[in-house]
Design a protein around this ligand. Structure first.
Ligand SMILES: Cc1cc2nc3c(=O)[nH]c(=O)nc-3n(C[C@H](O)[C@H](O)[C@H](O)COP(=O)(O)OP(=O)(O)OC[C@H]3O[C@@H](n4cnc5c(N)ncnc54)[C@H](O)[C@@H]3O)c2cc1C
Length: 425
């Protein structure tokens, strides 16, 4: 089959790779000059099966109210006269229940574990031509400032442990034994304990995406850059072509994997999806001459994640519902640097070398991606809505979607990710 994949972020590139390994004639289109240059560029780096719980939860509306008006709030709402934003917000608020969050954990976890397994298989397969992406297999440690927060999170790990993930609760001292760079944080009293998942990993999503796109090209994928998709051609119940400003690409099947822009492209095909941008920031620091962590961390109170990427340390955080704007607001970007310095004050000497970045998470309202066929066109597929988990879930989503397109049995149940779960479809 001739398959056109729109978008060469981590999701589109893994999808193109999977389809090519199954013998399809794949064309990968991206508006930018290369792969991974939008949201997959400088994310938090966590490949975190332990982090798959949706963000929507009972505490979120109160936190948003408490932080209202604070420019450095971890979660910020900038309301617009935009029906897309309001509809998404309403759906998101309706998911701010414990039961709604719990319902999504098992499917997300299955997808994350499938991702991890598939990434390992590909790495074995590419043994002679390995992808180098500052990978660390040192686990992810979630740290908590208050015993109450730790106790609440600890009750939730049993279910995940039952579903194949091993996590354990650590005392404050055990956290520092595991990650000595936390010594200062312990001394300042900001660690009440942690939850550690040894099988989790971290790595640079951009380096990985770029190199996997190159490996996909070696498998025969035609990767066309500078190709902004502007529309589609259809006959009956099938899409027959994908239009860019300069070209028309004929297609037997089309996959939309264009991150936050998938919403608009899907709408062109008559499909509404509740995926909206959740803006976040990252700060990358050199670690020369300072004691920096090796283990990837999540600070539950400060709402940041930290990953060691070779000789760099990256902290990412903040979520802002403010539309499609990608300007860097230095007040918000600095709040991520401030969080880094609060956890690792020993890194103050390198603070002035910080590199700031912002990206838009393609967030579905319920915290799970949307995978599979969509709308009246039988050959139109979606792979989007991964929100804060795109790096973690990419390979599982790609392998699942490729199996669906080929009509092969899928390795996990993909029905929880179908567009049908949203009522307006
Ligand atoms: C601050 C931050 C921290 C994060 N931390 C983590 C983390 O630690 N772990 C994790 O798992 N995830 C994390 N994420 C989430 C993760 O980065 C995203 O889920 C993931 O990058 C989304 O990938 P994507 O391929 O869907 O989108 P993108 O990477 O944005 O790719 C979409 C591509 O589509 C192209 N495109 C768009 N429109 C068109 C068009 N019309 N025509 C042609 N091409 C088009 C774009 O140019 C782009 O290359 C984080 C995100 C942010 C913002």
């Amino acid at each position: 089959m001739k398959i056109v994949v729109v978008g060469a972020g981590i999701i589109g590139v893994t999808t193109a790779y999977e389809l090519a390994t199954r013998g399809h004639e794949v064309t990968l289109l991206d508006a930018r000059a290369g792969a991974g240059l939008e949201t997959s560029y400088a994310n938090g780096g966590q490949l975190g099966a332990s982090e798959v719980a949706p963000w929507a939860g009972p505490e979120v509306p109160w936190q948003v109210l408490r932080w209202l008006g604070r420019i450095d709030a971890p979660f910020r709402l900038a309301l617009k006269s935009d029906p897309e934003q309001w509809q998404w917000l309403l759906r998101f608020l309706m998911r701010c229940r414990s039961s709604a969050r719990a319902e999504r954990i098992a499917p997300n976890l299955a997808l994350a574990l499938l991702s991890q397994a598939r990434m390992d298989e590909i790495s074995t397969h590419l043994n002679n031509d390995p992808i180098t992406f500052d990978e660390k297999r040192a686990g992810i440690l979630q740290i908590f400032h208050r015993p109450k927060g730790l106790a609440a999170a600890a009750t939730a790990i049993d279910a995940m442990n039952g579903d194949g993930l091993e996590q354990k609760v650590l005392s404050p001292r055990e956290c520092v034994e595991l990650e000595p760079a936390l010594e200062h944080a312990l001394a300042s009293g900001s660690i009440a304990g942690g939850i550690f998942c040894a099988s989790d990993r971290s790595g640079d999503a951009y380096k990985y995406t770029k190199q996997l796109a190159e490996r996909a090209q070696k498998l025969g994928v035609a990767f066309v850059t500078g190709a902004e998709v502007t529309g589609f051609e259809a006959q009956g119940d099938r899409i027959t072509g994908v239009k860019t400003r300069a070209w028309m690409f004929s297609a037997d099947a089309v996959v939309l994997a264009a991150g936050v822009h998938t919403t608009r492209l899907a709408r062109e095909c008559g499909v509404r999806i509740p995926v909206y941008p959740l803006k976040g920031y990252s700060v990358t620091l050199p670690v020369d001459g300072v004691v920096a962590p090796q283990v990837s961390l999540t600070d539950e109170a400060r709402k940041v994640v930290v990953s060691r990427l070779g000789n760099r340390l990256r902290t990412a955080g903040t979520a802002e519902v403010s539309g499609y704007d990608t300007e860097i607001d230095m007040r918000r970007a600095r709040s991520v640097l401030d969080a880094t310095m609060a956890i690792f004050p020993q890194m103050a000497p390198v603070a002035d070398k910080a590199e700031y970045w912002t990206g838009l998470r393609p967030m579905s309202s319920d915290g799970s991606p949307i995978l599979g066929q969509a709308g009246r066109f039988k050959n139109l597929y979606l792979n989007t809505g991964h929100g804060s988990l795109g790096w973690t879930l990419a390979h599982g989503s790609a392998v699942g979607l490729a199996d669906l397109i080929c009509g092969s049995p899928t390795l996990i149940d993909l029905s929880p990710f179908a567009i049908k779960r949203f009522s307006f479809i």
